[in-house]
Design a protein around this ligand. Structure first.
Ligand code: C2E
Ligand code: MG
Ligand code: MG
Ligand code: MG
Length: 289
């Protein structure tokens, strides 16, 4: 009996593995067509100052609506895009589209909106990174101060010297740099001081666990680290008023999350920033029960 069970389990694993390999192959094939078919869009999620309740920027988040399969999560297709090199073309499109959207908001009369763009490690290490960023800025005419790039902590810690020189050149252009998913890597304090970084983004896993001792300890440590190094600290994935209250009490500067707004298309962001700025600000205040 045990033997039969073992064999069944093995067959189950093989079937499961086949399914994963198939799905990946399908995604790879469809990704190659996605740009031509205009299947990508960007959504934008507001980022707020905890002090003032003002929107200080938005993060651009890539969306893929595949013709037959519908929406596919970036968590699933970005790794495939990275391993196939398609991320270069896709990342270039994201940079262009984010800058284009900023000029569209400007043309509609909104005050300048800063956009944060996620940059994959593969894209960051490419020798054309700076050219492609400058190209997106020049062709759109967007002020470099309105562009921010988000890099993950694990990316910047690898090959630090090259990273630092690339970051310096970006900062010379006027582009802002933030470190995404912060706290999940292993950066030491002394190490971090070497990097020309404007902002660290406390990973959402710690925000989720902020009511537990470990989550709270890490959140406090990251906020203190930011204050010590003169970097802004943004909390991501803020979903509840309790989380916001903790962050405010401990001096976190900025927040982003479903409590304020989900990522939305450019047009919806424009309406939000035109008509509902006050609503967003009110979400910073204690809810009336
Ligand atoms: P990320 O850069 O850390 O982005 C934050 C993710 O958290 C987004 O997921 C966002 O929709 C989600 N989020 C925001 N607020 C909340 C909240 O309150 N609660 C919860 N549970 N989630 C929240 P999304 O859009 O699915 O993106 C996942 C990841 O995919 C991103 O993580 C980023 O690493 C990557 N990604 C997205 N767009 C791009 C892109 O254009 N280029 C690259 N290279 N990576 C991208
Ligand atoms: Mg990000
Ligand atoms: Mg993140
Ligand atoms: Mg993340």
């Amino acid at each position: 009996k045990a033997k039969r069970e073992g064999r069944n389990r093995f067959q189950f694993y093989v079937a499961e593995l086949n399914r994963i390999v198939q799905r990946r192959a399908t995604i790879e094939r469809d990704l190659r067509l996605a740009l031509q078919r205009n299947e990508f869009t960007l959504h934008f999620q507001p980022q707020l100052s905890i002090d003032s309740g003002q929107v200080i920027g938005v993060e651009a988040l890539l969306r893929w609506n595949q013709r037959e399969r519908g929406a596919i999560s970036p968590a699933e297709f970005i790794p495939v895009a990275e391993s196939t090199g398609l991320i270069m073309e896709i990342g270039q499109w994201v940079l262009f589209e984010a800058c284009r959207q900023v000029t569209e908001w400007q043309a509609a009369g909104l005050p300048p909106v800063r956009v944060a763009v996620n940059i994959s490690p593969v894209q960051f290490r490419h020798r054309h990174l700076l050219d492609s960023i400058m190209h997106a800025l020049h062709s759109s005419g967007v002020d470099p101060q309105l562009l921010e790039i988000e890099l993950t902590e694990s990316l910047i810690m690898r090959d630090a010297d090259t990273t630092i020189s690339t970051l310096r050149r970006l900062r010379e252009l006027g582009v802002e740099v933030s470190v995404d998913d912060f706290g999940t890597g292993y950066s030491s304090l002394s190490y971090l001081t070497r990097f020309p970084i404007n902002k660290i983004k406390l990973d959402q896993s710690f925000v989720r666990d902020i009511h537990k001792p470990d989550g709270a300890a890490i959140a406090r440590t990251v906020i203190t680290l930011g204050q010590t190094l003169d970097m802004r600290v943004m909390a991501e994935g803020v979903e509840t008023y309790e989380q916001l209250a903790f962050l405010r009490e401990h001096g976190c500067h900025e927040a982003q999350g479903f409590l304020f707004s989900r990522p939305m298309p450019g047009g919806a962001i424009q309406r939000l920033l035109t008509d509902s700025r006050e609503d967003l600000r009110l979400r910073m205040l204690e809810p009336a029960f």
